[in-house]
Write a protein that binds this ligand. Structure first.
Ligand code: CTP
Length: 408
């Protein structure tokens, strides 16, 4: 799983994981581990059918506690109680039912309480997330579709199944979604929604400036820091648009993504949305110069002179142009990657680009910069607050930067 999905720090929060009868039930074990890696405490309930695919023991062995395997059966986590059906609702902050079979969906939609999981769901007052997985014909059946609408009406947070080849070798909708689709939805339900109602724009990745049909000028930015900023904003309730240079980053379907290749396209894409944006955060490693295009086809070395001289022209400074058209209430975050003193550069760029906040890091030091999961930033804002942060995971840097901006 890519770095920007690895948000931790949900210590003290609890999730109850409900697993029902689907061939995808084994995937709930990985979900359990992912939730734990976010520092969440997890308990679980397996329906009777789920236990034909996976055992309660597996969940217990991986640290889920308690694990309910029937109306009055539980593994680990203290005394058996006649009120097990009420416990998740009293102890947990969110409930995730993944996978949800057609039967479990029907039980939840109609409010049945004929097994432990459906009773627990009925008695659960907090956010409930449901992730169906089943054969495409079962998914498309009118009764299932009706139940799906009913679940949405009842306030369940509903994650659509994927399309593709399912276990029974049929093609269609019904596949268990990617973990990267599920985990952020759970974390969002547990996060403070202090960016709710805000429109956030994030630029990320490198730009790729074409010189001829096969060659380009670029840099090694992976887009990780920007993906962390975007994800953190989304988890905290923002409506997020990402303008992404060429990158292998995966983005959650809840975000808008505008893929671009070069700086001029990135500039256009940003200005298309800037007027309607509350906060822009420019993490992209934009190429300041682009080679003057050689021509239509591929440059051939035969017949050319020894060596090669390439001429460049200047690209627009996207962040600076946003700063120039910033209106009252809009905020702008910049980044800077340096090989010399961060303090001076941060100060200079904050003023020159009309920023509210800048995070500056050295790219010539361990644990900081391109392609590593951590970053060590010097942070400066337009009120003169300056802080040198220790090396932190990029997810943590992102979370703290939003804290910093919101406190300002
Ligand atoms: N930036 C931008 N468009 C550019 C260059 C930079 O939007 N053409 C943004 C980056 O996304 C980053 C900030 O400006 O948020 C600083 O980028 P950096 O390359 O460090 O600064 P430059 O202004 O290009 O200065 P220099 O390369 O001389 O250090």
């Amino acid at each position: 799983m890519q770095e920007h999905f690895r948000f931790a720090g949900f210590m003290g929060k609890r999730v109850h994981l409900g697993v029902s009868g689907s061939i995808a039930a084994f995937k709930a074990l990985e979900i359990l581990r992912l939730l734990q890696s976010a520092d969440l405490t997890v308990s679980a309930t397996l329906t009777e059918s789920a236990q034909k695919f996976v055992t309660g023991l597996s969940f217990e062995a991986l640290g889920a506690s308690p694990v309910y395997t029937g109306m009055f059966e539980r593994l680990g986590g203290g005394q058996e109680s006649p009120f097990g059906h009420l416990e998740p609702g009293e102890l947990c902050d969110a409930m995730l039912i993944a996978p949800a079979s057609a039967t479990t969906m029907a039980r939840l939609a109609f409010g049945l309480g004929d097994d432990m999981l459906s009773c627990q769901a009925l008695a659960f007052p907090g956010p409930k997330i449901v992730v169906p997985a089943m054969n495409p014909r079962m998914w498309n059946a009118p009764a299932t579709q009706r139940n799906w609408l009913m679940l949405k009406d009842l306030g369940y947070i509903c994650i659509e199944p994927d399309s593709g080849l399912v276990a029974c070798k049929e093609e269609g909708k019904g596949r268990f979604p990617e973990y990267e689709e599920i985990l952020p939805v759970v974390l969002r339900a547990l996060s403070p929604q202090d960016l709710a109602g805000k429109k956030v724009l994030v630029t990320l990745g490198p730009t790729r400036e074409q010189w001829d049909a096969v060659r380009f000028w670029s840099n090694p930015s992976s887009g990780t820091m920007g993906a962390c900023m975007a994800m953190a904003a989304w988890l905290r309730g923002a409506e997020v648009t990402v303008v992404a240079g060429p990158t292998s980053m995966k983005f959650h379907s809840g975000m808008g993504v505008v893929p671009v290749q070069n700086a001029r396209q990135m500039y256009e894409a940003c200005h298309d949305v800037w007027a309607d944006t509350d906060i822009a955060c420019c993490t992209a490693a934009v190429a300041d110069y682009r080679p003057i295009l050689h021509g239509e086809g591929k440059f051939k070395k035969e017949g050319s002179q020894e060596g090669l001289t390439v001429r460049f022209e200047t690209n627009p400074d996207i962040l600076k142009s946003l700063g120039e058209s910033k209106r009252e209430g809009q905020k702008l975050i910049g980044f800077a990657a340096e090989t010399s003193d961060c303090r001076e550069e941060a100060q200079r760029k904050l003023a020159r680009k009309n920023l509210d906040l800048i995070a500056c890091n050295r790219i010539d030091q361990d644990g900081s910069g391109f392609g590593v999961p951590t970053n060590q930033v010097f942070v400066l804002d337009n009120e003169g607050r300056r802080e040198q942060w220790p090396p932190l995971r990029k997810t943590e840097v992102a979370w703290r930067l939003w804290d910093h901006l919101l406190l300002a």
